[in-house]
Design a protein around this ligand. Structure first.
Ligand SMILES: Nc1nc2c(ncn2[C@@H]2O[C@H](COP(=O)(O)OP(=O)(O)OP(=O)(O)O)[C@@H](O)[C@H]2O)c(=O)[nH]1
Ligand SMILES: [Mg+2]
Ligand SMILES: [Zn+2]
Length: 300
């Protein structure tokens, strides 16, 4: 190599989208350089995407191509059109808390989304310090159903630094994303997992009264390997283009009974001889989850 090739930074290459700044993207090159890049709207690039970038005149850089994705997590915008939240996700960490209280319908929709990605899932019940004072008996019953089905659940307190090591162990050097309602503590968990200097990009904004809210999904490299994407909280999480097969696959507790219904196109609703409904009535399938399945089915 000549001295010149060492001193001249590459003029193009591959990188990963770290976050979005308005219309621009922050891209980390394969040489760990952070580049602010312009992009074209129709590329529809998301946090976590691998992209091709090129340096342009005046020292600007642009993203010119989106590389193939392994998967993409989407939610509908106000018009119902799919908007990408983040791409290339291995583990969906669904964060709920005792205050704000869990919205179980939303949790179920995240679990369906995880199956569809596909990605592994981890349920994190944050603010464990508020469990005794804020958990209702009904909420405990709902939570117990997920335990019974076999979803991995961690009880965590980000503010008391409890359960953080277990989250890190579950990530296993992969790319994880924290999702969930606003205010459940996603960024608080991210801060606990990262060294102080890493929360550097301006994607957390003051909402007044000292509250911070995440405005744009941001990818952080974990010191022990892997990455964590902090995502903006939602009021609700909707599924774009949900069909029956995807809905059914999102209820893995049905699988031992599938094929035992009288009709092979059974929707497990009104049909006679439905093995799933019988299992729910017998308590073998958790009844609260089954009731929410029926309301999701009605929404198709
Ligand atoms: N009591 C208690 N409060 C917590 C805990 N973790 C976070 N909080 C508080 O919950 C509030 C919201 O935390 P954030 O981390 O900003 O929540 P978020 O999910 O990132 O919110 P959005 O960015 O709006 O989606 C803050 O005031 C935190 O201090 C916890 O373990 N216990
Ligand atoms: Mg946040
Ligand atoms: Zn059935």
């Amino acid at each position: 190599m000549t001295e010149n090739t060492i001193l001249t930074p590459p003029s193009s290459g591959i990188g990963q989208v770290i976050t979005r700044f308005g219309a621009d993207l922050l891209v980390e090159t394969d040489h760990s350089e952070l580049l602010r890049c312009t992009t074209r709207r129709k590329l529809e690039v998301a946090c976590g995407d691998r992209v091709q970038w090129e340096r342009q005149a005046q020292g600007n850089a642009a993203v010119t191509r989106l590389l193939p994705r392994r998967n993409v997590l989407e939610r509908p915008d106000f018009r119902g059109k799919a908007r990408a939240i983040a791409a290339n996700i291995d583990l969906l960490i669904v964060v709920t808390s005792w205050q704000p209280a869990p919205v179980w319908e939303m949790l179920d929709r995240y679990l369906i989304a995880a199956r569809r990605l596909p990605a592994d899932v981890l349920l994190v019940m944050n603010k464990a310090d508020l469990r005794a004072s804020h958990a209702s008996a009904e909420a405990e019953n709902c939570l117990a159903e997920y335990v019974k089905i076999g979803y991995p659940i961690l009880h965590v307190s980000a503010d008391h630094q409890e359960g953080i090591g277990e989250i890190l162990a579950a990530i296993q050097g992969r790319t994880a994303i924290v999702v969930g309602q606003s205010g459940v503590g996603k960024s608080s968990i991210a801060i606990q997992l990262l060294p102080d200097e890493v929360i550097r990009v301006g994607t957390i904004s003051e909402t007044g009264e000292g509250r911070h809210t995440t405005t744009s999904a941001t990818l952080y490299r974990l010191p022990s390997g892997g990455a964590l994407i902090d995502s903006p909280g939602v009021r609700d999480f909707g599924l774009v283009g949900l069909d029956f097969a995807t809905l059914q696959a999102g209820f893995p507790e049905f699988s031992p009974y599938l094929g035992e219904c009288r009709f092979n196109n059974c929707t497990h609703n009104h049909e006679p001889g439905c093995a799933i409904k019988a299992a729910a009535q017998a308590g073998a399938i958790p009844p609260r989850r089954f009731a929410r399945y029926l309301s999701l089915l009605a929404s198709l």
